[in-house]
Write a protein that binds this ligand. Structure first.
Ligand code: 13P
Ligand code: SF4
Length: 319
């Protein structure tokens, strides 16, 4: 096994543990070549997936865009189910695999298509912006999708005074603070980000004078207000690379800091962080099985696919 594979995870995986990872990594790299497959990995994947087997890494927006540029026959989504569905929507002729069907998302679970129809009935004529963290059936009811990386641009691109933004209440409230557009929210929350508190931020600042606090916009508004910067996972990584803070805390999922430490050796990453149990369902072992046994293949109801794809395509057209 080439030493270059171990290098980016050297500070995270002790040499004695590396032999437990290496056989799966070797097998996955071979299977990718044999099957003309690519692995798309979200920023919350564990470092051995992120650094050792992924072809493309990024936030939800980057993964949605990159899914469209690959000429591979098979896309393995090392992420959660809605990300795999988005990749399939944009690549109906490719095989898209999700290594664990249970890799869900509390936001996607928080709303149904019937809920969206009720919101439309309550606010006639108000366009619906659906976070990508939703099922295909919910996307099919929306006018346009957004991610945390483009939500403000998407809302303002519609040129209307009011929008319905669902299902993340905190993302909606955080965007509402940055725009004149009135935002009607749904009461969904991310089970990972809703746990951060403003008191925790105050405690971090007291314990680590000068620390820079970055927050994902799925955090409650009082947490975002207490932070120095809020952005998508890719935007937080970009902030650290650009600003090179001496000490930083990322109020988001734990693997995020692990994955960017190698590229930012001069920065001291302070925890806490919260684990996403859904992201953590994806492992080297089930990625290997996915490629060996072609499972689990993502299939989308064609009746929903057209409308859901339109909502994602409209989002991708906003620059
Ligand atoms: P990003 O789009 O910022 O990567 O976020 C996805 C997500 O699920 C955050 O919890
Ligand atoms: Fe969903 Fe939150 Fe996990 Fe992201 S971190 S996948 S929003 S539950």
């Amino acid at each position: 096994m080439s030493a270059s594979l171990y290098e980016p995870v050297r500070h995270l995986i002790p040499p004695i543990e590396w032999p437990a990872f290496a056989p799966d990594i070797e097998a996955i790299l071979r299977l990718k070549r044999e099957r003309n497959a690519v692995i798309l990995a979200h920023n919350y994947q564990t470092p051995e997936i992120y650094h050792c087997v992924a072809d493309i890494t990024g936030d939800s927006l980057a993964l949605a865009r990159e899914a469209m540029t690959t000429d591979a026959d098979i896309i393995v989504m090392a992420g959660v189910h809605f990300m795999a569905e988005t990749a399939k929507l944009m690549n109906p002729d490719k095989t898209v695999l999700i290594p664990d069907l249970e890799a869900g998302c509390s936001l996607a679970e928080s709303i149904t298509p019937a809920d969206v129809r009720l919101m439309r009935a309550k606010y006639p004529g108000v366009p619906v912006v659906a976070y990508v963290n939703t099922s295909v059936a919910v996307k099919a009811e929306a006018d346009i999708c957004c991610t945390s990386g483009n939500a403000l641009k998407v809302v303002e691109s519609l040129g209307v005074p009011r929008v319905i933004m669902l299902p993340d209440e905190y993302l909606a409230q955080n965007i509402a603070r940055q725009t004149k557009v009135e935002i009607i929210a749904w009461a969904g929350h991310c089970e990972v980000h809703q746990r951060f508190t403003a008191a925790e931020v105050a405690g971090l600042r007291a314990d680590h004078p000068g620390i820079i606090v970055l927050a994902h916009p799925e955090c409650p508004p009082e947490v975002v207000a207490a932070a120095d910067y809020a952005g998508s996972t890719a935007e937080m990584a970009g902030f650290v690379a650009r600003e090179r803070p001496a000490r930083v805390v990322l109020l988001t999922e734990c693997s995020m800091a692990d994955n960017i430490t190698a590229a930012n050796p001069a920065t001291d990453f302070v925890r806490p962080c919260n684990l996403c149990p859904h992201m953590k369902r994806i492992t080297l072992a089930n990625i290997r099985t996915a490629l060996e046994q072609n499972r689990h293949e993502v299939r989308i109801d064609p009746a929903l696919a057209v409308r859901a794809r339109d909502a994602v395509a409209r989002m991708l057209a906003v620059r």
